[in-house]
Design a protein around this ligand. Sequence first.
Ligand code: FAD
Length: 558
Amino acid sequence: VMQYDHQVDLLVVGSGAGAMTAALRAAHAGAQVLIVEKAEHYGGTSATSGGGLWIPCNHLMRDCGIDDSDDEALRYLRALCADDVPDANLRAFVDGGPRMLRWLCEHSQVRYQAMAYYADYYQHLDGAKPGGRSIDPIAYDARELGSDFAQLQAPHIQTRVLGLIGYTNTEGAVLLSKSPGWFGLLLKLLRDYLLDLPWRLRSLRSRRLTMGNALIGRLRRSLADAAVPLWCNSPMRELLTDLGGVTGAIIECNGRPIRIKARHGVVLGTGGYEFNQALREQHLPSPTRRQWSAASPHNTGDGLLAAQAIGAGTALMDQAWWGPTMVVPGEDRARMLFTERSMPGAIVVNRRGERFVNESVAYTTAVQAMLVDDNLPSYLIFDARYLRDYPFGPLLPGGMHLNWLQPPKMHRLLKRGASLAALAEQLSIDAYGLQRSVARFNGFARSGVDEDFHRGENPYDRLYGDVRIKPNACLAPLSESPYYGIEIYPGDIGTKGGLRTDEHARVLRNDGAVIDGLYAIGNCAASVTGRYYPGAGATLGPAMTFGFLAAEHACQQL
Ligand code: FAD
């Protein structure tokens, strides 16, 4: 008979948003729950994210007057992933997402607002919406976390003004598009940060948690209210089984293995295999490097490997939530270029100097274009006007005269040339090709029509346009010297292939049989959105939905 050191009803492995949702739902159903986290800090990539959720038919979009239906959501999702994802899983997501969100809003500290303007990523498909399915976490006061704040994973540097001050997605949209009031908002954020003297004496970190930090902070507080323990520095090493079913896991705690019995199941929420170079090379298109990922460096595929070791099946292993990234030396993860390639006055070219994609498409589609047709290495090219008017990565728009606050290594990453030919030489791009592409593009900027890639022709493209640019807010000429360029990588914000699961998030063997007692959610499981990224928040929305559904299933027999 197996001996255990500790017993619980549900063991949740990892502390991303989906894992925490599972733990909270189970605790409210009366289960005794334990969360174990490998890293010193809790929250994983989820804490460093935008915290946006993509939930079709959510109640918040209806409050903004945007209609949606299960039928439209399913038509959209089926068009994208019917070939790759069981229909039962799609239906479980569409039905479970709004339920999960409403339950969290009623039973926890989690609060959201709809982003009425944030369009689904494939606007040409039947069932796509011009906004509302993506929702933004409401900011949260770190004081509510008490001593638990110290172990909250800090936000990604790219989501902070001056590397310090957080903003919500909704505020970010105002700042970026320079919509009316943007400068006042910037001053307010700076003033509130600087004048928060008691907190400033304690920490450089802002007390106002936003984006993924707001989501994880709110979940953490709710878990504390429900008395759910969370052990950091406690990696799962192995799953324990009996007669083929999972009965618990071995957790390493202070260097000592602890055998934990999980009476009603183990939920794997260990993230993807972003930082496991060997798994990347085995599964992802090459070239691939873990340094190109903007995800948590602790995500090395542990849950995936542990479940495979007991016979779990996998799917979609060659897929990631792709995004073009840049790598700043000395930082522990890459920075994702969410907006930079889309703002007018920047283009993406290959080493022949040719454009190959509508630069304003969503990030996953952008990398899918980089990975075909010999388009690597790829470069982002822009001119002096662009650098002055828009934030480039951590460089603030020069118009604010704050660029000098950025570290010199950032400036060194950007290559600069007095002419396009001089820039092309520095980047080893074909100079004639680049000049020709820019001349053609500048013609499109004048006419307002991108005859090659149709940039700016749909609401998603225009999200990161500049309304002051006419006639097409996404097309501005590159005409003001000096010119700038930087190599960009086919990076990711997470891998999205993983364990095969059913509509209750139960892990399946390759023959489709259920492994009793084992659930997988988030990037540790094969994604319910197949090879695509339906809209902003489509990684966390499903992770939390299936965390919720896994807990409901596991707690049925309590
Ligand atoms: P994670 O949140 O990374 O959690 C996994 C956890 O498991 C980690 O804490 C890890 O340390 C832990 N772990 C790993 N191995 C073990 C082990 N052996 N034992 C115990 N614990 C272990 N997605 C959206 O949907 N919306 C957004 O707005 C969004 N914005 C983003 C912005 C940025 C800058 C980035 C980088 C990503 C963004 N993403 C967004 C992507 C999203 O953050 C991830 O896809 C998501 O957080 C993955 O959730 P997860 O629970 O699978 O993994």
